[in-house]
Write a protein that binds this ligand. Sequence first.
Ligand code: DLZ
Length: 162
Amino acid sequence: MATANTNLSQYDKSRLPSAFSFKYAIVKAQWNEQITNGLYKGAYDTLIDLGALPSSIHTIEVPGSMELIYGCRQAAAIRPAVDAIIAIGCLIKGETMHFEFVSMAVYHGLSQLNLSLTMPVIACVLTDNNLEQSIARSGGVHGNKGVEAAVTAVLMSGRRVI
Ligand code: DLZ
């Protein structure tokens, strides 16, 4: 089980903006849940660490990464509107072409949302060759990509296209 590595040591926290006055949605896929839970904790704890209020963080769960796109559209419909959406998933390569098709579709879909929604969608979807690589990036030796996604979300806050 990956443990969440939520520390911001790779950043100069004094140079990061406050998340206090912003609202966020985290959309999390349940597939490979031990990984997405670690990414989620990294993202959530980082938003809190940067000043976001727990009541300003909405969480939506979807079955798999393929459903993240629809989940993000649901998040975009939350009122009052959120300032940024973080999409969390973990795709691990199998024996068939499924991984390639779903990875491309998910990243294409999330990119399309950034063209159509009024708030940024931050992609935190691991596309790994095996479970070990995912463990390493969800609180393991390569850090926690959820932390990086949350920092990106905070940096992009306040830039809604109205
Ligand atoms: C079906 C499937 C497979 C094989 N692998 C993954 C995976 O590694 N990561 C993930 O997030 N989801 C996977 N899924 C589920 C799809 O994302 C999706 O939920 C189903 O195809 C139903 O639309």
